[in-house]
Design a protein around this ligand. Structure first.
Ligand SMILES: [Mg+2]
Length: 396
């Protein structure tokens, strides 16, 4: 963890997809707009304009439900390529201010401007200029936060959406956080919030002052992390974005495998690793490649391309198994199996319009699993999947 004094900006484009649609069609500006899949296709909301949100419409909600809440909403299927292009314009503009930039997703980025203040003026002024230029040159509204680390910069940008600009002055981190409800803190989900409430903690300031031993008793190591965050201390190190060309994993066996069933089991594990890596990088891929090495060291690689990009273990696995079944022969002895995915594109966040509710459900489940693994290590869930031929997700 790096706690040194830095100035970071977090920028988040407001209702990004819906705002782009307004930009392309100014006639609908200011109206309730939903970008998402049609209710007939069991579609879900990918993005909703603020007037639509006023009716209770939220991202990831089934479109049918959203249209019941807001009957006059304008439903737009969405144009991912267009969104990607416009995102690139915004990122190009941002990158003029600092080389230290981390693109978090299609509509979100961190900028480290610590070394730029001498060149461009105080952080707040830089943030204001960026907000104005994104509006004037690209045409999109955004919210920005300025603070000493990522946690605070992001929380600050969320504070006054849409069109907000919130600065947390150096030294005021804990003061800024104190009145906010605990759910706002990174790492505090509904379950953690409920347990905190049981300890009498409603606001982040109360979490900061709770005796550490009580927190550690309730949450273990996580207790200390939460308290540190409640004081506004967090990482300020950005990860500059580099996009990999492919991602893969392979496994060499201690003894040759001779049955399809055995190979399939390892394939599942590898596909889960590939899926997790994709999601960790917020990428999706279309081309699945399976590599098989026989006991005589002849190696075979076979690829297949999906109709649309994915980051789901199950989809990768289904394709990989098809390839495997085609290539397996009786009497084979396999010493290595590998899976990789290429043809990568950045994942458009909450872009649920592209898939149906089954995939949306899978996607949420994957994120939950990834989170558990991040917190408790690889072993926690992997074992379950290796025990049988079905995926741990169990959704078919
Ligand atoms: Mg956004």
């Amino acid at each position: 963890m790096v706690y040194e004094d830095r100035r970071l900006i977090h920028i988040d484009l407001d209702a990004f997809f819906a705002s782009v649609e307004e930009l392309l069609n100014p006639g609908i500006a200011g109206q309730p707009i939903i970008v998402g899949g049609g209710p007939g296709r069991r579609g879900v909301v990918a993005s909703a304009s603020y007037p639509a949100r006023a009716y209770g419409v939220r991202s990831a909600m089934p479109t049918a439900q959203a249209l019941r809440l807001c009957t006059q909403a304008i439903l737009i299927p969405g144009d991912p390529e267009r969104y990607s292009e416009i995102s690139d314009q915004v990122m190009a503009l941002l990158s003029k201010y600092t080389p230290l930039m981390e693109k978090v997703s299609i509509d979100e980025a961190f900028l480290d401007i610590t070394a730029c203040e001498r060149l461009w003026g105080p952080a707040e002024e830089i943030a204001r200029t960026i907000q104005r230029r994104v509006k004037e040159e690209v045409g999109l509204p955004s919210s920005l936060g300025v603070a000493a680390n990522k946690l605070l910069a992001k929380m600050a940008s969320e504070e006054r959406k849409p069109g907000g600009l919130v600065v947390v002055p150096p030294g005021q981190e804990a003061v800024f956080l104190a009145p906010l409800p605990v759910e706002r803190l990174w790492g505090v989900g509904p379950a953690t919030a409920q347990r905190l409430r049981a300890l009498g903690v409603e606001a982040i300031g109360e979490l900061a002052r709770l005796p550490l031993h009580l927190l550690e008793k309730e949450f273990g190591a996580l207790g200390r992390v939460l308290q540190r965050r409640a004081w506004g201390r967090a990482d300020s190190l950005l990860t500059p974005h580099r996009e990999p060309k492919s991602m893969g994993h392979e496994h060499t066996f201690a003894r040759d495998l001779t049955t399809l069933r055995e190979v399939q089991r390892y394939l599942l594990d590898l596909c889960e690793r590939v899926g997790r890596r994709l999601r960790g990088h917020r990428m999706r891929g279309r081309t699945i490649t399976v590599k098989l090495r026989h006991s005589d060291f002849t190696t075979l690689t076979r690829s297949a391309t999906l109709p649309r990009p994915t980051d789901l273990d199950q989809v990768i696995y289904d394709q990989a198994v098809q390839i495997l079944r085609r290539e397996c022969r009786p009497g084979m002895r396999i010493r290595l199996v590998g899976v990789s995915i290429s043809n990568l594109t950045p994942r458009l966040p909450s872009q649920l319009d592209l898939f149906d509710q089954r995939e949306a459900k899978l996607s949420r489940l994957h994120r939950a699993v990834d989170e558990i693994q991040e917190r408790y290590g690889d072993e926690a869930l992997q074992q379950a999947s290796l025990q049988g031929p079905t995926n741990l997700c169990g959704i078919r």
